[in-house]
Design a protein around this ligand. Structure first.
Ligand code: TMP
Length: 207
């Protein structure tokens, strides 16, 4: 069995983290060697950068935010993702570069070409085998985040218009790369969402 990179995307409150955990349990039960990781983060330096980006009160200009995200990603790809794929692991990654197109591109207004340039420097051709886009209306995602009751990070505290731009960018990317990015209706119950995900993963990765 060869290694696979499966990424999970969506707005805040879409339930990615729960779904990653459920899928990893299912795959492990089938004997798949799974590695669960996340972005920004996934390495020691990446987690420190994550803290800076999400929780530090320092003002970050957009270019600094963008470069920090790609700095964390460069470390993550070389130190964690590539070695795991080389050992035939299935890497489940909670967010990846589609999030940069959506948040820094759609949200902050960074031109997509700029993100593509950094992607080519940092990825060296690496692309996810499958991306699951957990989509749900912005107001529903915000209500779920509030119900979860943890404090808001730098992005969760943005206004509705910012979050609508993120959702629209994700959906546009999905439409333009429909073979890789599969749409999942995240407004359903947890088990129903998981059933959709399982079906897509098995369909796409075990044809
Ligand atoms: P999460 O782990 O709860 O999804 O939080 C990560 C936050 O970081 C989320 O609000 C989206 C944001 N983010 C970006 O803005 N750009 C990126 O490239 C990534 C990976 C995450």
């Amino acid at each position: 069995m060869s290694g696979k990179l499966i990424t999970f995307e969506g707005g805040d409150g879409a339930g990615k983290t729960t779904q990653v955990a459920l899928l990893s349990a299912t795959l492990r039960a089938k004997g798949v060697n799974v590695l669960v990781t996340r972005e920004p983060g996934g390495t020691e330096i990446g987690e420190r950068i994550r803290d800076l980006i999400l929780h530090d009160p320092v003002t970050l200009v957009t270019a600094a935010e963008l470069l920090l995200i790609f700095a964390a990603r460069a470390q993550h790809i070389v130190e964690v993702i590539r070695p795991a794929l080389a050992r035939d692991k299935w890497v489940l990654c909670d967010r990846f570069t589609d999030a940069t197109f959506a948040y820094q591109g759609g949200g902050r207004g960074v031109p997509a070409e700029r993100v593509t340039q950094l992607e080519s420097i940092v990825h060296h051709g690496l692309q996810p085998d499958l991306t699951l886009l957990l989509d749900l209306p912005v107001t529903e995602g915000m209500a779920r985040s509030v119900a979860r009751g943890k404090g808001e990070d730098r992005f969760e505290s943005q206004d509705v218009a910012f979050k609508e731009r993120i959702r629209a960018t994700y959906l546009a990317r999905q439409a333009s790369a429909a073979h890789r990015i599969r749409l999942v209706d995240a407004s359903a119950q947890i088990e129903v969402v998981q059933a959709q995900i399982k079906k897509l993963v098995l369909q796409v990765l075990e044809p």
